[in-house]
Design a protein around this ligand. Structure first.
Ligand code: ARG
Length: 269
């Protein structure tokens, strides 16, 4: 009896110690091994070439970049196609460690989330069916415009046609937005330039055209999102500098953008 209790308390003590240790050690798992910590990552994977599903696998520029960053920083990642709104909710409730989805760092989002340094420059672009009279942003007025809900594409369109305009239709995913264009439920969509160009390239027979308007739309920068106060931010920023310097960022960029050279300096200014 005595022996049993003693054993039990040793067991309890060991368990408490293990718990304490795992709570303190950042890179250590609950089982005490130094297997890498797994980070939960959310995204909205209908946004080629940044994140999209290909034969059931999530792939894209953001996916490659995040994997390379995590490797550099010593983490494993579990990426999930949470959807756009759920990704932000998951970051806020800290159920997610990271959000990566071509997320533009705007002043509003910066209030709620922490962001990495910029890793991509973008601007809004208009995509429309051939034969629609659109030269610039002004021409969106009076037309039916589709956007992905809660994205800078929406904000760009609203800045032209007015907030809450009934001419703007908001879709849950980027894919649904493009479908609305194809099925002629809208006459134009406003989305990020690289996504617009990728769509045009991947749908050569669909007769779509694109227009930019640098007077109306402004440059925006993508960042990786973290819950406010996350310690991961600095680690991932350091890893990003390493990938900028060791050629890995360039390799990933070229893979997804027609072998073009990235302008890393512009991102670092
Ligand atoms: N860059 C834009 C924004 O932050 C659109 C991002 C949409 N991303 C996506 N994976 N659907 O608002």
């Amino acid at each position: 009896m005595m022996k049993f209790t003693f054993k039990k308390s040793i067991f309890a003590l060991t368990a408490v110690c293990a718990l304490l240790l795992s709570a303190c050690g950042t890179g250590t798992n609950n089982d005490g091994s130094d297997k890498k910590k797994v980070l939960n990552v959310g995204t909205e994977a209908t946004f080629a070439p940044f994140e999209f599903m290909d034969k059931g696998e999530m792939t894209g520029f953001d996916v490659d970049l995040l994997n390379a960053l995590a490797k550099e920083a010593g983490y494993e990642v579990k990426m999930e196609n949470t959807g756009w709104d759920a990704m932000f909710a998951g970051l806020q409730s800290e159920q997610l460690d990271i959000g990566i989805a071509g997320i533009t760092m705007d002043e509003d989002r910066k209030k709620t989330y922490d962001f990495s340094s910029p890793y991509f420059e973008s601007i809004s672009m208009i995509v429309f069916k051939e034969g629609t009279d659109i030269q610039n942003a002004e021409d969106l007025k009076g037309k039916k415009v589709g956007v992905q809900n809660g994205t800078t594409g929406q904000f760009s369109a609203e800045a032209v046609v007015g907030k809450n305009s009934s001419d703007i239709s908001k879709y849950e995913t980027a894919a649904l937005m493009f479908q609305a264009l194809q099925s002629k439920n809208v006459e134009a969509v406003v989305t990020d330039i690289a996504v617009a160009l990728e769509y045009e390239k991947n749908n050569p027979d669909s007769g779509v055209q694109t227009a930019v308007d640098e007077n109306q739309f402004k440059s925006e920068y993508y960042g990786i999102a973290f819950p406010k106060g996350s310690e991961l931010r600095d680690e991932f920023d350091q890893a990003l500098v390493t990938l900028f310097e060791n050629g890995k960022y360039e390799e990933i960029y070229k893979k997804w953008f027609n072998n073009e050279e990235p302008n890393i300096e512009a991102l670092q200014n």
